[in-house]
Ligand binder design. Structure first.
Ligand SMILES: Cc1ncc(COP(=O)(O)O)c(C=O)c1O
Length: 400
């Protein structure tokens, strides 16, 4: 059970104080930054047109306090999208529009968890979810992820009374593993029989390169145990802070009340624009274009890593999403290497920093969403130089 914070070292703590500094590798927005996507391909023309249309028509209807779950037309459009694209079973009144997945995770923690609640947490896992649950006082139970995703039996053995599980079944963060059908059924069975909740974070499933996207776990849930979280951060722009949460019908009212107590409701104008963008079919077109673009970026990165670093790094989890895992084949200290890479302007994330307990493997989580194809070979060469220099200095040190 761990309550550690990732992304920041706690420098001093005590009642009422928590002074943190960012980890040294989280510097700048250089190549491999996980938060970067191809914003230069944002559908600027469509958004400018829709924003102008709503600005011209602006009247009192968008200026008062709104529904804590969001604008009706946007919730309808999101429900239609997740039903057809993700196999999510829902009605629009189960959808809450939120400020990105991060607010969804915060909201889920506030509604369903109490201080001390145990949560199965993927090991290694996503720091954003970790921070949201820890902030709510939850106790995270690190459950190993293997080639089929979260090891449900191991989780039950570690903590049979956990109240919730957080999973990224379509593309596990950071390993990229796709959760197998049998694990999905096992997890649902556990949730049904123990009365636990499953939080499904479906953050980048729109991008699956070698087959059709795999349907969401939520669509298999017959017992209303799954809370489904989606975001427009990877498919449109993270700065829009637009995400959604689909909750079981019985929980809708509780979520509305708690959301009201947090920030009342999402801002109306951007919701109206996004609703139109979805309804007029522009989003589907944009997604098709982005899939093709990221497919090229992914292929270029995988090729380049294999050519330059084949002996040192093993590529995994590259079949979907906007990042891949590059495991240090012969081991090594990934934090030290990520720090050296950051000094050289590269923004890699050390795999070990995604573990709550001791890291089982060392490597880098590399984002390619914001890396244009021509930039990729030189970024990989810079990474290769960092790794080779580090190896050379290790050899020198052990020889001397
Ligand atoms: C696992 C996971 N969930 C969600 C997100 C997106 O977060 P948000 O919607 O708050 O921008 C990310 C972004 O990197 C992520 O890696």
């Amino acid at each position: 059970v761990a309550t550690a914070r990732r992304g920041a070292r706690v420098l001093s703590s005590g009642p009422g104080s928590r002074v943190a500094a960012p980890d040294p590798w989280l510097k700048g927005a250089g190549p491999f930054h996980l938060g970067r996507i191809a914003l230069e391909r944002f559908p600027f023309a469509a958004w400018r047109r829709l924003l102008a249309r709503h600005a011209r028509r602006l009247d009192e209807s968008l200026l008062g306090y709104g529904d804590p779950a969001g604008l009706g037309e946007l919730r309808e459009a999101i429900a239609a999208y997740v039903r057809t694209a993700r196999g999510v079973v829902c009605e629009a009144d189960q959808v809450l529009v939120v400020n990105g997945s991060q607010q969804a995770l915060d909201l889920v923690s506030r509604v369903l968890l109490e201080p001390g609640s145990r949560v199965f947490f993927e090991e290694p896992g996503y720091w954003g979810a970790r921070d949201a649950f820890v902030a709510a006082g939850a106790r995270l139970v690190p459950v190993p992820v293997d080639s089929e995703g979260l090891d449900v039996k191991a989780g039950i053995a570690l903590c049979p009374s956990a109240q919730a599980a957080y999973v990224t079944p379509s593309h596990q963060f950071p390993t990229g593993v796709l959760m197998s059908a049998s694990r999905r059924l096992e997890l649902l069975h556990w949730a049904r029989t123990s009365g636990a909740w499953i939080v499904e974070d479906d953050y980048d499933s729109e991008y699956r390169y070698e087959s059709l996207p795999v349907a969401a776990l939520q669509g298999l849930d017959r017992d209303a145990r799954v809370l489904y979280v989606g975001t427009f951060s990877k498919v449109l722009a993270p700065g829009l802070r637009m995400g959604y949460l689909v909750v079981p019908p019985d929980l809708v009212e509780r979520f509305r009340v708690v959301r009201w107590s947090m920030d009342i409701c999402p801002p109306a104008l951007l919701q109206a624009v996004l609703a139109d963008f979805l309804a007029e079919g522009s989003f589907a077109r944009h997604l098709r274009r982005m899939r093709a673009l990221y497919r090229e970026r992914r292929a270029a990165l995988v090729d380049s890593l294999r050519n330059e670093l084949g002996g040192l790094l093993r590529v995994e989890g590259e079949r979907a999403g906007l990042h891949l895992l590059a495991v240090l084949a012969g081991g090594g200290n990934d934090r030290e290497l990520a720090y050296r890479a950051a000094e050289d302007g590269l923004r890699t994330l050390p795999l070990s920093s995604c573990y709550l307990a001791a890291a089982k493997r060392q490597g880098f989580v590399l984002g390619y969403g914001g890396l244009d194809v021509p930039e990729i070979p030189s970024a990989v060469r810079r990474l290769a130089r960092v790794l080779r220099d580090a190896r050379a200095s290790r050899r020198e040190a052990s020889a001397g």
